[in-house]
Design a protein around this ligand. Structure first.
Ligand code: HEM
Length: 515
């Protein structure tokens, strides 16, 4: 048998097979090139396993991200472990995320701590977007941030300011006070009294103070290793005791909130007049209105809403006040001009409740300017994309954690000019200040923007203004002995909310009207 003879049929079929194989490869290649590779945003080089994590060490996160954005642009893609993070660092790009495509970016990323501390995503701030969440946001606005509640808020605030003015008036001459501590105590007192009827701060639960519980909860809400590193992170969380810490933190927070609820459940709510009902009374009332609809408020919903008032309302307001007073103390020119306005417009008054800040325009500029330079939540609360979209021509895929660098946007010389880093309230002089940073404007975003913007956006600035006006009406403020203005420390500390690292200590000098 002639094995190696070539038959005529082979002569025909072999080139045919080669031709078909060539055509197959060609089709494969051209169909591959027709599936366009995604156009991803620029990314700094990353390391195996940790991704870009190492580039965030050393500075606060908002500062590190701002530095990176100078090199990689206003839309940047980072990876922390396996998780993609879209970093937004310009007003135009923030507008894309918070307005133009807000419907895509209005969710929040899931995290182990948010799940636990919000009673399985039942709160407003840290839970993904849902119809039920939106209903609860409406309840917070109508029951805690309404004009009616604002009046009672104002009433309690004025009483607390009066207390502080009395304490400061008796303060030994030429000695400083820890203003940061005083502001924190005052804001807590007011929020507790308005929200929960009395100050629960002094009542430790399981031997732990409310302050410790809250501080721990805010740190925990920042996330855990396993949020970004599914396998290694889980082991790390176990070894470092993070899981146990979270359970303990939740147990303490829940016990605290339960104590508030128990107190209120003992009240005969039906017998309390509408004006005397606090926020928790109203939540209990709403939850008892048995409703077959899905918008029914469960006991867990009520607890999660109380948790939001604690975590959302106190630290942010204190940080705003602390930074504003620090900037004023650092600028004698601004302090003098502001005091002139407040004292001239208020005239001689005897009581704190007589101080009306409505027409104090420079005061508004000062508060705005302080919030521009010191957005209390410098990276807002992370958003998350729910579907594929494009930002600035770059592809963004669903499930991308989206971080808006509100701090960087607020200090950017491209927007604010060469003196962007300077505390200069006059920059807002010919601007409609109410619209700046008001959610529709993206050049400063202390309250975020879009559907997930802060619901206290219209009420919180008035609180800050009233407290500052009173501090400056009744007192002149000096620096502690030996401290020069340039030595006043402005270092930042914190995670979600940024405070002054060192407390603000100033010397109160009661204003003498006879001068
Ligand atoms: C000066 C004071 C305040 C500042 C600077 C501030 C700032 C912010 C910021 C930056 C956000 C995130 C926005 C975003 O992710 O786009 C936020 C959300 C929120 N804030 Fe405030 N806040 C303040 C006061 C308050 C107060 C008094 C409350 C009342 C309880 C409050 C409740 C909330 C809630 C519930 C959210 C979540 C909104 C949502 O996800 O739909 N905040 N706030």
């Amino acid at each position: 048998m002639e094995i190696f003879t070539i038959s005529p049929s082979w002569l025909i079929t072999t080139p045919l097979v080669f031709f078909m194989f060539y055509m197959f490869l060609h089709t494969l290649k051209s169909s591959k090139s027709s599936i366009k590779a995604p156009n991803l945003p620029p990314s700094p080089p990353k390391l195996p396993i940790i991704g870009n994590l190492h580039q965030l060490f050393g500075k606060t996160r908002h500062q590190a991200l701002w530095q990176l954005s100078k090199k990689y642009g206003p839309v940047m893609l980072l990876h922390i472990g396996s998780k993609p993070f879209l970093i937004i660092s310009s007003p135009a790009m923030a507008k894309q995320v918070l307005k133009t495509q807000d419907h895509i970016f209005c969710s929040r990323p899931l995290s182990k701590s948010a799940k636990r501390l919000t009673y399985n995503y039942l709160d407003i701030a840290f839970s993904p977007q849902s119809a039920h969440r939106r209903e609860k946001r409406k309840i917070l606005v109508s029951e805690f941030l309404s004009p009616k509640r604002a009046r009672s808020f104002n009433h309690v605030l004025v009483m607390e300011i009066e207390n502080v003015v009395r304490v400061l008036s008796l303060h030994p001459l030429n000695t400083h006070v820890n203003l940061s501590k005083m502001l924190l105590a005052m804001v807590k007192e007011v929020v507790c009294k308005v929200g929960f009827g009395k100050n629960y701060i002094e009542e430790p639960v399981k031997g732990i103070s409310w302050e410790e519980i809250l501080d721990e909860a805010v740190v925990m809400l920042d996330g855990s290793y396993s949020d970004n590193f599914p396998w290694l992170g889980r082991i790390f969380d176990m070894i470092t005791g993070w899981n146990r810490k979270l359970e303990k933190c939740f147990g303490n927070l829940d016990a605290y909130i339960q104590m508030i609820l128990d107190d209120h459940n003992n009240d005969a709510i039906a017998d309390i007049s509408e004006d005397d009902k606090d926020f928790v009374h109203r939540l209990i009332e709403l939850s008892s209105m048995a409703d077959a609809s899905s918008n029914e408020l469960t006991k867990e919903d009520v607890k999660a809403l109380i948790m939001n008032v604690f975590t959302g309302g106190i630290d942010t307001t204190v940080a705003s006040l602390e930074w504003a007073m620090s900037e004023i103390a650092k600028s004698p020119r601004v302090m003098q001009k502001l005091q002139n306005e407040i004292r001239k417009k208020a005239g001689r008054i005897q009581r704190v409740d007589q101080l009306d800040t409505t027409n104090m325009t420079y005061l508004k500029l000062v508060v705005k300017e302080a919030m521009r330079l010191h957005a209390p939540a410098p990276l807002l609360i992370p958003h998350e994309s729910s579907s594929h979209c494009q930002i600035y021509g770059y592809d963004v895929f669903p499930g991308t954690t989206t971080v808006i660098n509100a701090w960087g946007i607020g200090i950017d010389p491209n927007t604010w000019g060469a003196n962007a880093a300077e505390f200069y309230p006059e920059r807002f002089e010919n601007v409609d200040v109410d619209s700046v940073g008001g959610g529709g404007n993206f050049e400063m975003l202390p309250f975020g923007g879009g559907r997930r913007s802060c619901p206290a956006i219209n009420t919180a600035p008035a609180t800050v203004e009233l407290v500052i006006a009173n501090r400056l009406y009744w007192f002149d403020w000096g620096l502690p002995d030996g401290l020069k203005i340039e030595d006043l420390d402005m270092e930042e500390e914190g995670s979600l909310i940024i405070h002054k690292k060192l407390p603000l200590c100033l010397v109160p000098i009661k204003h003498n009207w006879e001068d």
